[in-house]
Design a protein around this ligand. Structure first.
Ligand code: URA
Length: 483
């Protein structure tokens, strides 16, 4: 048997050196006692080998982080489990990375519990100001972590509070940060810190941000476990705040504003049609008015409003989703790749004159480097822009409308159900007109080549169907420009 004594501080490097030496001598885990001075029976136990053995010791790259966390765990078996993992890795390179392996799962669990403890320490250490002799302010704190995390957790405070001196005392030891260097010392009795004015200030702040209407005791206990409360000055205020919470909620309710805040008026103003401006009576007036549209936020980033174009007396209106990158720059609908595919298919189908437009008149995109990536408009944006589409439909008065894709179909019919079952069907528009639903050409362009031909043929068939329907006059548009 071999014995390795792990001191209460700097135990990680002691473990590392010993583990490397023992593993290189191929000492089995069961042959080693990892002694944290917790009363192991040490009779008949030899000290560890003095020199590295013949075998080269390797560890996976993630092992160092795992080891640093596991070694802080208070469970006395943690160091020996970790050695078991290292020893096994020498003959089975995949064991430690295998999440189904019981030992690696156990090590991960130990590490997780330590990381959680470190996180809590970072959140719940409360400093009190101490008298200082030099130019640097001085602070002290007492904290009781679950695990042996003093050395692992305190470099965080050194980075955060680099311009002051501080000490954090724990039952495991004391961390002192003085003139920019961090040192660790053996435990001392719990210091008696003086009262601190900043603590009163912190208490006042906490009481003020405490919202009695949002108390959720269980959530609060899990975020800030009760075991930490005794060392948190602000928690002394919680019982009193809870007893008065109900009355405070009533008071908040009674004080609720009865009028919407001033900004609501500004927003409504921007979104609502300006009733003082005459409703455009012609397509030319509508185009001019739409150029200044500020009904939704899309106008902010787009280059310009892209109004419809084509034959104003056409029997067929084609409605797309929104202008794309090319349309936004050109100020004309369907001039980019999807538009070109559509125009090609329209030629193939022998489609007559049309009015082409979009459900949304501004390009919605997400910048990525120099590119502007298309984003689908939201339902809200489609609804805001419908004011223009409805006006455009009253002015063009088509007998049939071809809806390209889901956004156009939703804008025209109010139906948001999926496209597959609807494609090729005639639906009724919100204004009573007839709408033939079909694929959007850019959807076809995005399909894998194997599916593209089929969808292209379906769009072509739907375009041919519009010609047939209009010939037979079976799809009379029931609205009129005077609606
Ligand atoms: N896609 C559309 O929906 N409309 C256009 O104008 C161009 C591409």
């Amino acid at each position: 048997m071999f014995r390795v004594f792990l001191p209460s501080l700097e135990f990680a490097s002691v473990w590392r050196d010993a583990a490397r030496r023992l593993a290189s001598n191929n000492i089995a885990p069961g042959q080693i006692v990892w002694d944290r001075g917790e009363g192991s029976d040490l009779f008949g136990v030899a000290e560890q080998p003095q020199a590295d053995g013949p075998s080269a010791v390797t560890a996976p790259s993630s092992f160092r982080q795992l080891a640093e966390a596991v070694l802080c765990h208070r469970d006395p078996v943690a160091p020996s489990l970790l050695y078991k993992g290292l020893h096994r890795h020498q003959t089975d390179r995949r064991a430690l990375a295998n999440p189904a392996d019981a030992l690696s799962r156990r090590l991960e669990k130990l590490a997780r519990s330590v990381r959680r403890d470190i996180h809590k320490m970072h959140a719940f250490v409360r400093f009190r100001e101490l008298p200082s002799k030099g130019p640097r302010r001085s602070f002290g704190a007492w904290f009781e972590p679950d695990h042996l995390i003093l050395e692992a957790a305190t470099p965080f405070f050194a980075r955060r509070f680099a311009d002051m001196d501080w000490m954090i005392a724990t039952p495991q030891g004391v961390a002192r940060f003085e003139s920019g260097s961090l040192a660790f010392h053996l435990p001392a009795p719990r210091p008696d810190f003086p009262d601190d004015a900043s603590e009163t200030l912190w208490g006042t702040y906490f009481a003020n941000i405490f919202n009695p209407a949002r108390i959720h005791l269980n959530a609060m206990r899990s975020e800030m476990p009760v075991k930490y409360w005794k060392n948190l000055p602000e928690t002394r205020l919680i019982p009193a705040m809870l007893t008065t919470a109900e009355a405070r909620v009533d008071a908040m309710r009674a004080a609720l504003p009865t009028e919407a805040p001033a900004r609501t008026a500004r927003i409504l103003n921007r979104l609502a049609p300006d009733e003082t401006v005459a409703i455009p009576q012609t397509l030319a007036e509508a185009k001019t008015a739409a150029a200044n549209c500020r009904r939704c936020g899309l106008c902010e980033a787009a280059t310009q409003t892209v109004w419809g174009e084509g034959d104003p007396s056409a029997a067929l209106m084609v409605v797309g989703e929104q202008p794309g990158d090319a349309e936004d720059l050109a100020g004309r609908p369907f001039v980019g790749p999807a538009g070109q595919l559509l125009r090609t298919l329209m030629d193939e189908a022998g489609t007559g004159s049309v009015w082409m437009t979009n459900a949304v008149k501004h390009f919605k995109f997400r910048p990525r480097g120099k590119k502007r990536l298309h984003q689908n408009p939201s339902r809200g944006e489609i609804e805001h822009c419908r004011w223009w589409l409805d006006l455009e439909r009253r002015l063009v008065a088509p007998r049939l409308t071809l809806a390209l894709g889901a956004s156009a179909a939703y804008a025209l019919t109010g139906d948001k159900s999926p496209m597959r079952a609807r494609r090729g069907q005639i639906e009724q528009a919100r204004d009573g007109g007839s709408v033939l639903v079909t694929w959007h050409p850019s959807y076809i362009l995005r399909l894998p080549p194997s599916d593209r031909q089929n969808a292209r043929a379906e769009l072509l068939a739907d375009l041919r169907q519009t010609t047939t329907l209009l010939k037979d006059a079976v799809v009379p548009y029931r609205g009129s420009a005077s609606d």
